[in-house]
Design a protein around this ligand. Structure first.
Ligand code: ADP
Length: 505
């Protein structure tokens, strides 16, 4: 039997060598040795247990510290979130010193609920506004048709009467009527354009334009009116500008016409200068500075910003004295924005105004020589041998268009609705079809679609009372070749017919 090492040592030290002969003593020694072993094992276990609890204690301590840190940073983050919310709500109802996480979270919860509710309210308000805006557009589109149709009759009658050699006194009255009806038309166009611009429905065209001739024509168109008010209308054109650029002449004309009209309107016995200067030229682009300068009544500093807002004029008595809708500059601003430009103004009350902007055009490959060749090859416009089908239901419009076409010696057939038009195209050969869009029995879109099933070549030109791009776009989709807006002036109708009957103007 092996005793515990300590006991062994004591046995060797204190007992005689033959102690094993005493059975009683042996039993005692065995029991003591066993006790030594048990004690030692218990001690080891106790040491180990102590070691473990020490480690656990440290770990718990670290965890606890981490949790405290997380809680602290959570409180900071939550408070930041609360501050990002409605500040008045926070100022009134939130206790900055409160560090109780539960309180902070419940405050945040309430605020989130409120924000959600606000969001829902905003969404429904936005939907209501969109609905109202759609209703407004529909209303504008209907009004455009309703107003422009009788206006077509007035302008058409006027044009016809001019053809019938009126007496000089009658001519004067006819001119008053012409100017008034054209003013009314431009007012309606302004309202319509504004609506379309606001909805982003105006797309700019890209056409070759002879800028110098274009600006000169604008000046000629305004010269008489300027002179009537004792104004001198000057043009300063930079000859370094290339002869041709690519841009939307109609929209540029709208901007310049409006600015020149305003300058004439607000200047008496003064000078109005239209400045067109080259700003920059690169391989692809030409940048041009435009300015319309007058020495008229000017605009006071406090009104200079607001005149660009819709329906605003610098003075309330301006409408009485000068007329206008207050939409012109708003439309100009939106039209220039479409071309990544902006309108600028410098003005002094009593001294005059300068409206200016810069436009970037694409360079064109057309030259003056190309254009001269075209003009030399052209013949005198005459529509003899041109067979036109006029599809129109309103009797008066038929009369106006028919008279114009007959003046140019065209042969005209009339169809009063789309169905009759389809039959006529089956029976006859036409050089061009002028197609109204809104008609009873069968509208112009359906008629065009049916005609295109058996005839894909005869040019079809839509006659529309609405100038919106979506109507024009739809007309093209149905197979029409072009579009002319009623009330049309005789020259526009003539040039569009010539364009499609291959006789250059
Ligand atoms: P309106 O159709 O009334 O002329 P605009 O938007 O074109 O509308 O112009 C708004 C206002 O800006 C005008 O009513 C006028 O008060 C002022 N205004 C515009 N151009 C000039 C100018 N050249 N000289 C003085 N005032 C001008």
């Amino acid at each position: 039997m092996e005793y515990h090492s300590i006991l062994e040592k004591q046995i060797r030290k204190f007992l005689i060598t033959n102690y094993q002969e005493n059975e009683e003593l042996k039993k005692l020694l065995e029991a003591i040795s066993k006790s030594y072993h048990t004690f030692e094992r218990d001690k080891k276990l106790a040491d180990h247990a102590f070691e473990i609890s020490e480690k656990e204690y440290q770990k718990v301590n670290i965890d606890l510290q981490a949790q405290i840190d997380i809680r602290k940073s959570s409180i900071i983050k939550l408070k930041d979130a609360i501050h990002a919310l409605d500040p008045t709500e926070v100022n009134n109802n939130f206790d900055e010193k409160d560090e109780n996480l539960i309180n902070i979270i419940s405050f945040l919860e309430v605020q989130i609920k409120k924000t959600k509710q606000l969001e829902t309210e905003l969404i429904s308000a936005k939907e209501a506004a969109e609905k109202a805006s759609r209703a407004k557009s529909e209303f504008l589109s209907i009004m455009s048709h309703e107003i422009r149709t009788p206006l077509n009759a007035i302008i058409g009658t006027n044009n016809l009467l001019h053809y019938q050699d009126p007496l000089p006194s009658q001519k004067e009255l006819l001119n008053v009527m012409k100017i008034s009806s054209e003013n009314l038309l431009s007012l309606i166009n302004d309202v319509l354009d504004y609506g379309k611009l606001e909805e982003g429905k105006i797309v700019l065209a890209e056409r070759d334009m002879n800028l110098k001739r274009f600006v000169k024509n604008l000046r000629s168109a305004h010269r008489l009116r300027a002179e009537e008010k004792g104004n001198n209308l000057r043009l300063m054109y930079d000859d370094d500008i290339p002869d041709f650029v690519i841009g939307d002449d109609i929209r540029l004309g709208q901007v310049l016409n409006n600015l020149i009209s305003n300058a004439i309107k607000f200047t008496k016995k003064g000078v109005i200068t239209v400045e067109v200067l080259l700003n920059n030229i690169s391989d692809e682009f030409v940048e041009i500075d435009f300015a319309i300068i007058d020495n008229g009544i000017g605009i006071s500093a406090d009104k200079q910003e607001m005149i660009f807002d819709r329906f605003t004029q610098a003075n309330t008595n301006i409408t009485r004295e000068y007329g206008g809708s207050g939409l012109g500059l708003t439309i100009i601003k939106l039209l220039l924005q479409l071309q990544n430009s902006d309108i600028n103004l410098s003005s002094e009350e009593g001294k005059g105004s300068k409206f200016f902007f810069t436009l970037r055009f694409k360079k064109s490959t057309t030259s003056l020589q190309d254009e001269n060749d075209k003009i030399q090859n052209s013949e005198i416009p005459d529509l003899t041998n041109t067979h036109v089908l006029l599809v129109e239901d309103v009797e008066f419009n038929v009369m106006v268009a028919e008279k114009m076409l007959q003046n140019w010696k065209a042969t005209v057939d009339v169809a009063h609705n789309g169905e009759i038009a389809v039959d006529k195209v089956k029976e006859n050969k036409y050089d061009v079809i002028l197609m109204d869009l809104q008609m009873p029995v069968m509208d112009g879109y359906t008629a065009t679609k049916k005609i295109r099933e058996f005839n894909t070549t005869t040019p079809i030109i839509a006659l529309t009372a609405s100038i919106t791009m979506d109507i024009q776009g739809r007309a093209f989709e149905f197979g029409m070749n072009d579009c002319i807006t009623k009330p049309f002036n005789p020259n526009d109708l003539l040039s569009i017919i010539l364009k499609y009957t291959k006789q250059p103007l």
